[in-house]
Design a binder for this molecule. Structure first.
Ligand SMILES: NC(=O)c1ccc[n+]([C@@H]2O[C@H](COP(=O)([O-])OP(=O)(O)OC[C@H]3O[C@@H](n4cnc5c(N)ncnc54)[C@H](O)[C@@H]3O)[C@@H](O)[C@H]2O)c1
Length: 392
């Protein structure tokens, strides 16, 4: 998103739109949104009331009167867009007769400054005791030269790992009014509606051994380990099939099986999972280099894409750019059914405009809408929020 896109009056016009919505629209009985992935396994209830299934990502807490939500404002523009989002959420909640109990916690550079840890245990405990977590963004120039363990991103990776967030859902949907925002031709992007399902806790980002060492020839070498267990592939495949089943019943699994052993296993397991449990979903395999080209050449061929952490990191950003603006893109990270999901915008902390009152809160607000739908069983409130954003 460019600075020119930052539109300060958005927050107040959103609030006015929400106030105009009839409360009956928001108070009707909560139902699970049809696009939400559902997997055929046993439904369970945790002691805290969190309903979930024994497999997959459906883990809504169930409609109730008050939801505990941990807010992680992070760095840069994070506190600004979080404040705007909380204001909008409070209006939606009042209309729909439920309440939020918000608590702030630290992550990223703010946590490093206060506690010398990018994701302290107190923040983890706050998240674990919540129904859901809203995260703004982390990072900034101040911490750029820190060693790896003292960098804001390390806090993000630690949070994902400790909360068991293994599935990241990133929609890339081109709205008719934003077709011209894309750098691609209107006929290429018009109607694009892709969901990228990215594995989030494995792969080369977490694989060991890793490091920088000096070889026997005296030259330094850096190394990481691209590794996936079968169970890790299977559970992300289950999520992706569940998503695809509720969308266009088309799944494209991305790998590099012509070169990488880890990708050969990925391909085998994704195929097996489909044959066993999801014969109604058309599965296609694509090498990552081809997928990167096809996303630009003919993005409408894709419905749901599933990939590992590294390929998904790159392709989900590429898919985002079809939409034309990172500033409109929300995301959901889901996983361990005993814990909360984390909802965050795709953009970074925009340190170049932090504190200047220029930050656009729309991606953060759309992330809050995903939270309402996927974690809090308030899909109609989510729809109200999304409709207000679309009309803004
Ligand atoms: N998940 C995260 O928290 C996350 C993701 C990406 C980058 N980062 C971090 O953010 C910092 C900045 O990274 P970057 O500059 O590459 O990406 P960025 O997304 O922060 O900024 C890119 C450009 O978009 C603008 N922008 C972004 N969000 C905006 C918003 N809501 N409203 C108005 N303008 C907005 C910025 O001003 C900048 O010009 C880095 O420290 C990076 O590590 C964090």
């Amino acid at each position: 998103m460019t600075n020119a896109e930052a539109r300060r009056p958005l927050h107040s016009s959103l609030l006015s739109l929400l106030l105009l919505l009839p409360s009956s629209f928001l108070t009707a009985r909560a139902f699970l949104h049809p696009s939400f992935p559902s997997l055929s396994s046993t439904r369970m209830q945790t002691p805290t009331g969190r309903r979930h299934r024994t497999e997959g990502v459906r883990m809504a807490v169930g409609a109730k009167g008050e939801y505990a939500v941990t807010l992680l404002p992070g760095d840069g523009i994070g506190p600004e867009i979080m404040t705007a989002t909380v204001g909008v959420l409070e209006v939606v909640a009042a209309k729909a007769s439920f309440k939020f109990k918000f608590q702030d916690a630290l992550i990223g550079g703010a946590a490093l400054d206060a506690m010398d840890d990018p994701f302290p245990d107190t923040s983890l405990q706050a998240c674990q005791s919540s129904d859901s977590v809203l995260l703004a963004c982390i990072g900034g120039y101040k911490w750029d030269k820190n060693p790896r363990e003292k960098r804001p991103e390390t806090g993000l990776l630690k949070m994902r790992k400790t909360l068991g967030l293994f599935a990241n859902l990133r929609p890339a949907k081109v709205l008719p009014q934003l077709v011209s925002a894309s750098t691609l031709k209107p006929e290429v992007v018009s109607g694009v509606d892709i969901m990228v399902v990215r594995e989030l806790t494995g792969d080369v980002y977490f694989g060991t051994p890793k490091g920088i060492r000096t070889g026997s020839d005296g030259e330094r070498e850096g190394f990481n380990n691209m590794i996936y267990k079968e169970s890790e592939i299977r559970r992300i495949a289950q999520v992706a099939y569940g998503v695809a089943e509720k969308r266009g019943k088309k799944l494209c699994s991305v790998d590099k099986a012509n070169v990488l052993d880890v990708s050969q296993l990925w391909r085998e397991v994704v195929t097996e999972e489909g044959l066993r449990h999801h014969p109604d979903v058309a599965l296609e395999h694509m090498y990552v280099d081809n997928a990167a080209m096809q996303l630009i050449r003919n993005p409408k061929q894709f419905d749901t894409i599933v990939c590992g952490n590294l390929f998904g990191d790159i392709l989900s950003d590429e898919a985002s750019m079809l939409v034309g603006s990172l500033g409109m893109l929300p995301s959901a990270s889901l996983g361990d059914p005993r814990g909360p999901g984390v909802f965050e915008p795709c953009h970074g902390s925009a340190p170049d405009i932090a504190g200047e009152d220029k930050a656009n809160p729309l991606a953060m607000i759309l992330s809050a809408a995903m939270m309402l739908r996927y974690d809090l069983s308030q899909p109609q409130a989510a729809e109200a929020l999304e409709a207000a954003v679309e009309r803004t």
